[in-house]
Design a protein around this ligand. Structure first.
Ligand code: ATP
Ligand code: MG
Length: 467
């Protein structure tokens, strides 16, 4: 008996092995869980491969685990799942796969453990550990997955051209693992992705976005984003991002490479926040720049209104990528639209009314906006960066002071439409809206405080034709 790690001394895994022995079946824990065991990343999903019926073993295991275990059987796929507290056990029979050109869904037949390991995407995902009692803890690593983990390399077990052509989603997975684990792509694996990149077209948008989200969730998303670009996948799945690449020079004047800048901003945000949607906002913050780029003989390169143009592009991008058109999208659109505002504040004299307006428009997302805006400062001129950061702190301080006094973030009009109608004996009409918005402006401009009585008095004052 060869026990590899104390972690493999796992009660549930022993129990699975015992039940498999009773049924006379060989069984192994395989794939992601084994990889994460070696990389010391906690993982709650355990995949078990059975040489024979995975379903019968799952039924036995669920019965042994008792009333907390929940069994689901998927007869058509020959798989079963047992949920036990926070563990998710997936049981499947060992299988062999063959592919047709037009689909990533294989023809599946029963197979041996070796055949099952052959169908795995990467060497680090093909490791199996036996759970049967007399071989408990025995590692089967036919492709040198342990060595690849030590070296930090993503490599396919078989010919990478076949692996990627069979199931092109694996190209995204390769890059996602490189980004999540901080690994690099083996040269041949990299070259095969480049050669097979057009095959990505048979993958659904939802799956592509799933992998993109995992790249965006990694510690340093730029690792995956650069790899997407270098392999040529990016221009196929996300042309608007590819369009940010490059520098144009005219009369000796260039501009920043917006792609390089964007990736730096994404990494900067990722250091400060795990919020996936804020990271997406960073990825898209300058997406409108190529469309707004213009040459001005006096000013050089300009990107006027790129925030506004970018915000307008977002619903189209979300639609094409089949991403949900929901409040997350609205949030990103707002972030892109407002991302220049705090910095413009810094460059101008910081007036109370400008800060109030920003607080009003950003609402509760103001802290996120400030993270994005701070991350956006990527100039190589250290003095400039330092000055920006300093002024930034001043703006933040001012925000806190004004917010304390005027409570703008969650702005609720101190006099609402109904009260306006009652006070002035009006029926619902456009004038009510106009009066409401004048009160709001007066508060944001500091003409009156954000209080009921002051707002009421101001209302009567302007209604009598004084403003
Ligand atoms: P994570 O759960 O963190 O996304 P994972 O490697 O566990 O990573 P799963 O999708 O849970 O990914 O898949 C479990 C295992 O199934 C993988 O480790 C791999 O062995 C195999 N696998 C998953 N998807 C593929 C694929 N497209 N091609 C080949 N093998 C795959
Ligand atoms: Mg998994």
């Amino acid at each position: 008996m060869k026990v590899l790690f104390p972690e493999i001394e796992n009660k549930t895994l022993h129990l699975i092995g015992e039940e498999a022995d009773k049924l006379g079946l060989e069984c192994y824990v395989i794939g992601g869980w084994v990889r994460d065991l070696f990389l010391h990343r906690g993982s709650k999903d355990i995949d078990v491969v059975v040489v024979g019926s995975g379903i019968s073993l799952a039924e036995q295991v669920a019965a042994r685990l008792g009333k907390h275990a929940h069994l689901s059987v998927f007869k058509t796929y020959g798989t079963a799942q047992v949920k036990n507290r926070d563990l998710e056990l997936e049981f499947v029979g060992a299988r062999r796969e063959s592919y047709r050109h037009e689909s990533r869904n294989p023809i599946v037949e029963d197979g041996t453990l070796e055949e099952d390991q052959n169908r795995r995407d990467f060497t680090i995902n093909a490791l199996a550990i036996c759970l049967n009692k007399d071989r408990y803890g025995e590692l089967l690593d036919p492709f040198g997955g342990i060595q690849d983990m030590n070296e930090g390399v993503i490599r396919t077990p078989l010919d990478p051209d076949i692996t990627f052509s069979d199931d092109p989603l694996r190209m995204m997975r390769a890059i996602r693992f490189a980004s999540q684990l901080g690994f690099y792509l083996d040269r041949e694996t990299f070259d095969a992705i480049e050669r097979n990149r057009e095959r990505i077209h048979i993958i659904t948008k939802e799956r592509i976005v799933d992998e993109l989200n995992k790249i965006m969730g990694s510690r340093k998303p730029s690792v995956g984003l650069y790899l997407l670009d270098k392999t040529g996948l990016l221009s196929l799945i996300f042309p608007e991002l590819s369009a940010l690449k490059g520098i144009e020079t005219k009369e000796g004047r260039g501009h920043k490479d917006v792609f390089v800048h964007t990736l730096q901003v994404v990494d900067n945000v990722a250091e400060k926040s795990d919020n996936l949607w804020l990271r997406w906002a960073a990825l898209l913050h300058d997406i409108g720049k190529p469309r707004s780029k213009a040459w001005d003989p006096k000013m050089g390169w300009t990107f006027r209104n790129h925030n506004y143009i970018g915000a307008k592009m977002i619903p189209g991008i979300f639609k094409r990528m089949k991403m949900p058109q929901n409040e997350k999208m609205d949030y990103i659109r707002k972030m892109v639209d407002l991302h220049m505002r705090p910095i413009n504040l810094i460059e101008d004299i910081v007036t109370d009314s400008a800060v109030r307006r920003l607080l009003f428009e950003a609402g509760n997302d103001i802290d996120d906006l400030m993270i994005l805006c701070n991350a956006d400062i990527t100039s190589r001129n250290e003095e400039k960066v330092e000055r920006f950061h300093k002024n930034f702190e001043l703006v933040k301080q001012k925000m806190v002071e004004l917010e304390e006094r005027d409570r703008i973030r969650n702005f609720q009009p101190p006099v609402d439409g109904i009260e306006i109608m009652e006070l002035l004996h009006l029926e619902p009409c456009a004038l009510v809206g106009e009066l409401k918005s004048k009160i709001k402006d007066a508060i944001l401009d500091g003409v009156i405080p954000n209080e009921h009585d002051a707002a009421k008095e101001y209302l009567l004052f302007i209604y009598r034709g004084n403003a």
